[in-house]
Design a protein. Structure first.
Lengths: 288, 366, 289
């Protein structure tokens, strides 16, 4: 579609611009401002330049939680994307059963994040939770509050439970957009199930998968509430991710300057990874 | 190589069909001979695509049998039927190149890559696709895509019939005839049975040796274009084939023939006798506009009518006439004199057709 | 010499013989059932717990309530400081959805139809806001809204949630609007429609399911968010999710009431998904398939 050149369109965008400027630019400027000052109280502050950035970049707290964050987001993508595709492929295609599946799948997406944490906090406990009880009665010693591996497993399982539906619903609607004739032609061409998936379904799913991967990367990278409620970041710091480290620093210890520098580094990492992902995808597209 | 026999075939999409109206395909017996070029012609919703999908195996008929060379294939899935099908909207595998698209069915059969290569190149040459072989299929134009989907049917050695489901719908008019000629050429070259579904009589007539006209879930006539034109077996064929279609008049049986609004049309004794014996009141006569005889003065057996409208189409004219309250059309050639106000028409006996319950009443050969 | 009528046989009796490949169908059904079970069991467990007394919960595992009780729900519905939490959450979520749609609709239209100075940069910049971790904005938000007197109001939370909802809404709506052919706009203008009348009477109905899905997403992300909502409120606009932390008392956690409160937070989401269920299949592709 060709677009018309028209600068009056700015008037249509103006409300969004003002709103986002208010809710993003001003706060961001405040953060930038903090990040270059050493603040003692409301009236005493010294300009320290890039000092906080230097300090933060060498801070093991950042390194550790960044590493954990990448491992977590990587695991989330590796599990949720294939699982979501599989769920979408298994879903009924029409009728009441399809509606019912859609509704049931969407439920986890609409539960407040702290309630998600609560659900798994209860569900995974050996004394009052079905899951924890079941695992333990299989003879496996499982306690997410004491054992870091168990905590990781539980946090991951919770995220899979919480978000795979999003990927599945995106893929489901992508699959519905494939005309029946494609499947018929494939049958006549004697395509195997795998070939149908590889050459018909997957190419059509690409655009929704890009959305799915981006959303899942961003949101898993910013995760805060669910692990906070479930494990409180523990045991030790084993499930403390970036957002939690940052909140501890800013609200808990009130280290405004370092926290602000941390914030900006954090923001830049999200931007950078998303951008890398996006440009790689579009490059691959063009290269073919 | 296959002869396709549809034996007492019927299909209904509802699980418990109660009346004839529940059937997309009404019970039929039909044979497509090996190597023929056939068209399946009919208006949308008459069941042509359903019939095609039953032949290819995408649909399992609810009643009757599909026989390939006498073998029942009802239970055999499309992938094992040695049949290719080209759809209305071109189906290509977007992420693959044209070469890979053409090679796809062969790779699925696990053929050797060198064999695949020679076969793909051969077909690409016939379809004039060589310059595009390395291009991504999604960047092709609609007619190129349609050629690719035809090519996927042709590369297979084992294909004995290709089914076309209105394959030229999305193709530009000036490319349509080119592709149609290509098809014809391929047919001659490969000795493959081809069944071509369309709602366009011209397309059907230029492609096919024999046309099956479908109406209301039935094949109402199967014949050469000439047969369809000269002796339509069903009022629908008369109306659907030809431009303008056949004049069809509701009549009642009377002494020595039929009559409508006081106009008497004599018929052969044999037909009269037949009419006396059938209980039906649904009697019609039909005559093609091309076969109506027109003159300026009354002659024996002619009827007077008012000229309502004259449409000049260059080499010929179409007259709309009022014959005792019924509008009929007649074709007038260039060199004929144009009647003014009144005209006298007569119906040559060999072109006047009698229909009972919409079907043609045929006289035994004389 | 006899005349014959050349008529095919009429349709005769009915015999049916439909055969299907049952095997893969069955496997798919089993797979999807297993996954849905995985989704539902944890929720069932919460529901199960909400109908038990604390003694029963801590007393031992049971798959359904042995002494069915509604006491936990009674606690919530009899205490304004509890149930007002729901009212507060619903209020700011609704406010947010309205504000978001009001500003995002014209903007998305501009992005889908016009070229203008800086359009691409602006669009990208908007999207980057969706990538901003809310934790980054905690303190500045707190200070900003305090200084303009919005702290502890529904509006503050609604505006804060615009940070991530507006970019998403513009992006989703732009996808849907680009799917509507330009010719429709032009025809409407030729027919003498003003921009406002065209936009409200013709264009918006065309992208109905897009608006539905956008509203759904905005509702979803605003309803489930806690970090910002908790930070920007103290009493008057405190969201239910934050009030739930009260169940942790000196005597330990009041599991029953916590579970009941949790169950009640699921219900609004269920209602919303029920309303948009018919748009989900088409809408979730976000106009981009």
């Amino acid at each position: 579609m060709t677009k018309v050149e028209n600068n009056k369109a700015w008037f249509l965008v103006l409300p969004v611009f003002l709103l986002v400027a208010f809710s993003a630019v001003i706060p961001l400027m405040t953060v930038v401002n903090y990040s270059v000052q050493d603040i003692f109280d409301q009236h005493t502050a010294y300009f320290v330049g890039a000092e906080w950035y230097r300090e933060m970049l060498q801070d093991p707290r950042l390194h550790d939680s960044l590493l954990r964050q990448f491992i977590f987001s990587g695991c989330v993508l590796l599990i949720e994307i294939p699982l979501g595709i599989a769920v979408a492929l298994m879903m009924p295609t029409k009728g009441r059963a399809a509606s019912l599946c859609l509704i049931l799948l969407a439920i986890p997406l609409l539960i407040p994040w702290n309630v998600v944490g609560t659900i798994w906090q209860v569900f995974g406990r050996a004394d009052i939770g079905l899951f924890g009880w079941a695992i333990n009665s299989l003879g496996i010693d499982y306690n997410y509050a004491a054992n870091p591996m168990d905590a990781w497993f539980t946090v991951l399982l919770m995220d899979v439970w919480h978000w795979t539906s999003l990927v599945a619903l995106l893929c489901y609607s992508g699959l519905r957009a494939i005309p029946e004739a494609y499947y018929q032609a494939a049958r006549i061409d004697r395509a195997s199930k795998w070939a149908i998936f590889r050459y018909i379904q997957l190419p059509k799913l690409k655009s929704v998968l890009v959305i799915g991967v981006l959303l899942r990367f961003m949101d898993s990278f910013m995760i805060y509430t669910e692990p906070f409620v479930l494990t409180g970041g523990g045991p030790g710091n084993s499930t403390t991710f970036l957002s939690q480290t940052l909140t501890k620093m800013a609200v808990g210890q009130f280290d405004l300057g370092p926290a602000a520098a941390f914030s900006l580094i954090y923001f830049l990492i999200v931007l950078l990874v998303s951008w890398l992902f996006f440009t790689t995808i579009s490059h691959l597209d063009k290269a073919k | 190589m296959a002869e396709i026999h549809l034996k007492s075939l019927a299909h209904s999409y509802s699980a418990q069909p109660r009346s004839a109206a529940d059937y997309a395909i009404r019970e039929m017996d039909h044979i497509w001979h090996q190597g023929g070029a056939y068209a399946l012609l009919g208006p949308s919703g008459c069941g042509k695509s359903t019939l095609l999908n039953i032949i290819s195996g995408l649909l399992s008929p609810s009643e009757g049998e599909v026989l390939f060379d006498g073998q029942r294939v009802n239970e055999i899935p499309p992938e094992e039927r040695n049949i290719a099908q080209v759809f209305q909207f071109p189906v290509v595998y977007d992420s693959m190149t044209v070469y890979d698209n053409l090679a796809f069915p062969l790779r699925n059969m696990k053929l050797h890559e060198s064999k695949i290569r020679s076969k793909v190149l051969e077909i690409a040459e016939i379809l004039e696709l060589q310059p595009l072989l390395d291009k991504k299929a999604k960047n092709l134009t609609a007619d190129e895509k349609q050629k690719v989907s035809m090519g996927r049917g042709l590369v297979r050695d084992d294909v004995s019939a290709i089914l076309f489901d209105e394959p030229l719908t999305v193709i530009d008019p000036h490319l349509k005839w080119k592709l149609r000629r290509k098809l014809k050429q391929i047919h001659e070259q490969f000795n493959i049975t081809m069944v071509y579904v369309t709602h366009d009589q011209l397309e059907a007539a230029t492609f096919a040796d024999k046309i099956a006209v479908m109406y209301g879930g039935q094949i109402v006539q199967f014949g050469t274009p000439r047969e369809l034109f000269e002796a339509p077996n069903h009022t629908f064929v008369g109306y659907f084939i030809g431009s303008p279609g056949m004049n069809i008049l509701d009549v009642k049986s009377c002494q020595g023939g039929v009559e409508f609004n006081g106009v008497q049309v004599p018929l052969d004794a044999e037909l009269c006798q037949f009419l006396d014996e059938v209980p039906s009141n649904n009697i019609k006569i039909g005559i093609r506009p091309e076969f109506i005889h027109i003159s300026n003065e009354t002659i024996k057996g002619s009827y007077e009518c008012a000229v309502i409208h004259i449409e000049d189409l260059g080499t010929y004219k179409i007259l709309t006439l009022d014959l005792a309250g019924n509008l009929i059309k007649a074709r007038l050639d260039e060199d004929q004199q144009v009647p003014e106000g009144r005209a006298y028409v007569s119906f040559p006996k060999q072109w006047l057709k009698l229909y009972v319950d919409e079907f043609l009443v045929e006289e035994a050969a004389q | 010499m006899t005349a014959t009528i050349n008529k095919p046989a009429r349709f005769s009796g009915v015999n049916s013989g439909a055969k299907r490949k049952v095997d893969t169908q069955l496997r798919r059904k089993l797979g999807i059932s297993a996954y849905i079970l995985f989704v539902l069991v944890p929720i069932y467990w919460l529901l199960n717990m909400s109908f038990k007394s604390n003694e029963e919960i801590l007393g031992g595992l049971s798959l359904w309530p042995q002494n069915f009780t509604l006491d936990n729900y009674a606690v919530i519905f009899s205490d304004p400081s509890w149930y007002m939490g729901y009212v507060n959450s619903m209020t700011y979520v609704s406010l947010n959805v309205i504000i978001t749609l009001l500003v995002a609709l014209p903007a998305a239209y501009a992005f889908s139809r016009y070229k203008f100075t800086g359009d691409k940069h602006l669009f990208f910049w908007l999207l980057t806001n969706r990538m901003a971790p809310p934790a980054v904005f905690l303190l500045p938000f707190f200070q900003l809204y305090s200084s303009v007197g919005l702290f502890d109001t529904h509006l503050a939370v609604a505006l804060a949630h615009c940070l991530f909802n507006v970019p998403l809404a513009v992006w989703i709506l732009e996808g849907f609007m680009s799917g509507v052919p330009r010719e429709i706009d032009e025809t409407a203008y030729i027919d003498g429609y003003s921009f406002h009348k065209f936009f409200l009477k013709i264009f918006l109905p065309l992208i109905r399911s897009g608006i539905g899905v956008t509203a759904f997403f905005c509702f979803m992300f605003s309803w489930v968010e806690l970090l910002l909502a908790r930070t920007l409120t103290s009493v008057e606009a405190k969201p239910i999710a934050a009030i739930m932390t009260r169940t942790v008392g000196a005597t330990g956690i009041d599991w029953g009431v916590l579970a009941a409160a949790g169950v009640l937070t699921i219900i609004p989401g269920l209602l919303v998904i029920w309303f948009v269920r018919n748009h989900v299949a088409k809408g979730f592709a976000l106009g981009r398939v």
